[in-house]
Design a protein around this ligand. Structure first.
Ligand code: I6G
Length: 713
């Protein structure tokens, strides 16, 4: 039977079609919105980029063919997802730092040696606390005059989310304290016990909701509920293990402080012990590891802390971790799966990185479908020093491989099962040309990695550099994430091919015939929001600028060190321009920054001396204003903002401790005396540096005067 378009039967058919199209649109819209949320807000993509793009293309095609059916809230109108709403932000009075990791016994011995060396303790035995590391999420709970006032998640360590209403539902957290300091911020781990996790997943299943993958996710999802009644229905627990702001000390030792927290009514972990030296630490680690399976909560290692709080104070912090603590992680779970394919990804520094595409498999509660293969030597069965690994077994497409996840990092391949190798499997042929741009891919002497020589002319490198540039620790431009970078990079009318292009986008858009606001996926509001977000970042702190440049070996922590050392873009840029690798005052100054080594220093200098790179930086600087690094307020310390040089022998503290103390007080420590030096601290045996200081008229003091200055600050 046929129907004419005007007949009632045709009208009925059209109505049904319209309903089906609308339903398909709704389904695609829901999929895209979920993916947006997972990608932009939870940083946990749920579908691949290809699946996302396909869904978006299908929705756009449907909307183009049936504009009358377009959903009023179609996600093709948005870019990304709105910022996470609902929780107020809390700035931690004392930042919530993270811990350094050790994976092997050797690293625990090294930790202990570092501490003894820093403090100049020789062979003296250091006493530590050792306690299980709970696999949950950290929380800081502030009590004022014995009453719970604010509870905040760790967030980025500086700013967290206010989850006070939810924290009040946690039975392990006292609402009031008796005999506590007037101000007490208690820090610890929120977790869900195994029985509670299983019960929750049964309820989820009955309600037709997706189960949680592991207790950690369940705890995080439950604590971060906008409705505290939902949190109340999900039993969360809390172990206290540390503190933030305090109006009076809790004790003289870590163990004493833990005991005090327990006396105040907090749960502290019953497996916490005092250990003298590394032998006792490792023995307790083995004890906890042996009991791990019996515990009714997840742990992923053992945390060691120097017990004496005065020693903790002297040891202080590196940029993001305390020197006096470390997390000794348990070995990762391993699983066998099939390696289906080896792909080559080109990173922002041009590195050709082989990636194993795996038959998806669950490792430690997470589905893994990719693993890093590091470089061509690793695939061939050699480590970066040329030593044989995996008994020399190479890795081939089609192999069965043993996969593990160490911490939160990208999964790795530990071994190959030769007995299951398919007869037609061939050794992997590592490309010598960039698979993205066809440029030569070369290995420099001593480098384990083969790199594309295309620079910013290689689209993969350029795109990865741009993605890094807009990433969270760098310019962090709202609405300009990885997906939008890819879109703009390939846009013929309004391209972003290098960082400076971001800041000319609005002006170029105004000159375009097809304005951004009229394009697919954009509207007046989203285009305006993007331009506003870009404007907001035209003034950028120095450390973000340095990190954003994406220079090899220069991560976020190093960028902060460089920013606080040089203080301004002008000083930094002048120093990098003048510096010569391996020689001269600028080189000495650079490698004397604690945390900057020769490899990083060479990489920094290369970036400022390579012509194309340099032009790229200059074009960017023309568009923006780099803000000077904030120095700690001068009133806090007489040496804040000053440049110090230590020379000769210090008798009351090691050079490392003196340097760390000076930096904690806001001073810069340089390795050589120059016109920019404010103060020289000279111990016995000081030679040419003290003479040079005298020539330049720089003040020279002895160790006692330095200690008086540091202690009095
Ligand atoms: O992330 C952590 C887990 C356990 C910690 C921690 C801890 O003590 C048992 N302690 C500190 C001081 C920090 N993070 C920063």
């Amino acid at each position: 039977m046929t129907t004419s378009p005007d007949s009632p039967a045709a009208a009925g058919g059209q109505k049904r079609d319209a309903q089906q199209i609308r339903a398909a649109m709704r389904e695609l819209a829901a999929l895209i919105r979920r993916a947006n949320l997972a990608y932009h807000q939870k940083d946990a993509p749920e579908i691949s980029d290809a699946e996302y793009d396909a869904a978006k293309r299908r929705l756009l095609a449907l909307e183009e063919r049936h504009p009358d059916l377009k959903l009023p809230d179609s996600p093709t109108r948005d870019i990304g997802a709105p910022p996470r709403e609902g929780f107020a932000k809390v700035t931690h009075e004392v930042p919530m730092l993270s811990l350094g990791n050790a994976f092997a016994d050797d690293e625990v011995h090294e930790f202990d040696e570092r501490i003894r060396k820093f403090l100049g303790l020789g062979d003296k035995v250091v006493t530590y606390t050792a306690e299980p590391k709970i696999d949950g999420l950290s929380l800081s709970v502030r009590y004022e005059n014995g009453r719970m006032r604010v509870a905040a998640t760790r967030g980025d360590g500086v700013t967290g989310e206010d989850v006070t209403a939810n924290a009040r539902t946690i039975c392990d957290l006292p609402q009031t304290l008796d005999g506590a300091p007037d101000l007490l911020e208690v820090r610890g781990e929120v977790y869900m016990s195994h029985p509670d996790f299983e019960a929750l997943n049964r309820v989820q299943a009955e309600a037709g909701a997706a189960p949680f993958a592991n207790p950690r996710n369940a705890a995080a999802g439950s604590l971060r509920q906008l409705d505290p009644e939902i949190t109340r229905a999900r039993p969360l627990r809390f172990f206290a293990y540390a503190w933030g702001a305090l109006s009076a000390p809790l004790a003289d030792t870590q163990m004493g402080a833990i005991n005090r927290l327990a006396a105040l009514g907090f749960q502290t972990n019953p497996l916490t012990r005092l250990c003298r030296g590394t032998q006792e630490l490792l023995a307790h680690y083995r004890h906890i590891e042996a009991r791990r399976a019996e515990l009714d909560y997840d742990i992923d290692g053992v945390v060691y802390k120097v017990d004496d709080l005065d020693l903790q104070r002297r040891l202080g912090f590196r940029s993001t971790t305390p020197r006096w603590a470390i997390a000794h992680k348990f070995p990762a779970e391993t699983v066998w799966t099939r390696l289906e394919k080896i792909d080559i990804q080109v990173g922002r520094t041009g590195a050709l990185s082989p990636v194993a595409r795996l038959k998806p498999v669950t490792v430690g509660g997470v589905v893994v479908s990719n693993a890093t293969l590091h470089n061509e030597d690793y695939i061939r069965g050699f480590d970066s020093r040329g030593n044989v690994i995996r008994d020399g077994k190479d890795i081939r497409e089609g192999d069965w491989v043993k996969v593990y996840r160490a911490g939160d990092v990208i999964p790795k391949v530990a071994d190959v099962d030769l007995s299951r190798r398919p007869p037609d499997a061939r050794p992997f042929d590592f490309p010598t040309r960039c698979p993205e741009c066809g440029s030569d891919a070369i290995r420099e002497e001593g480098d384990a990695v083969r790199r594309c020589t295309g620079g910013m002319a290689c689209p993969a490198q350029a795109m990865e550099r741009l993605k890094h540039f807009v990433s969270r620790g760098a310019f962090d431009i709202e609405g300009l994430g990885a997906r939008q970078v890819e879109m703009f990079y390939n846009d013929a009318d309004l391209p972003i091919r290098e960082p400076a292009d971001i800041f000319t986008l609005r002006a170029r858009d105004a000159r375009n015939l097809t304005r951004l606001k009229n394009r697919d996926g954009w509207g007046e509001k989203s285009a305006e929001n993007l331009f506003r977000a870009i404007e907001e970042r035209r003034r950028i702190p120095l450390y973000r600028m340095i990190y954003a440049l994406g220079i090899r070996h220069v991560g976020e922590a190093a960028s902060k060190l460089l920013a606080s050392h040089y203080g301004s873009w002008e000083a930094f840029e002048t120093a990098m321009t003048r510096a010569q690798p391996g020689e001269g005052a600028e080189w000495e100054e650079l490698i004397n920054i604690d945390g900057v080594g020769a490899v990083m220093a060479r990489s920094l200098i290369a970036a400022f001396h390579q012509e194309n790179e340099r032009r790229l930086i200059d074009r960017l600087v023309d568009q923006i204003e780099v803000l000077d690094a904030k120095q700690p307020p001068a009133a806090d310390s007489p040496i804040a903002g000053k440049t110090l040089v230590f020379t000769g022998t210090l008798e009351r503290m090691t050079r490392a401790e003196a340097k760390a103390r000076a930096e904690a007080l806001g001073a810069r420590v340089a390795g050589s005396v120059s016109a920019r030096t404010d103060l020289v601290i000279a111990g016995p045996g000081a030679g040419s540096k003290a003479r040079k200081a005298a020539e330049l008229g720089v003040e020279v003091i002895d160790e006692d005067a330095w200690l008086a200055l540091a202690e009095g600050a």
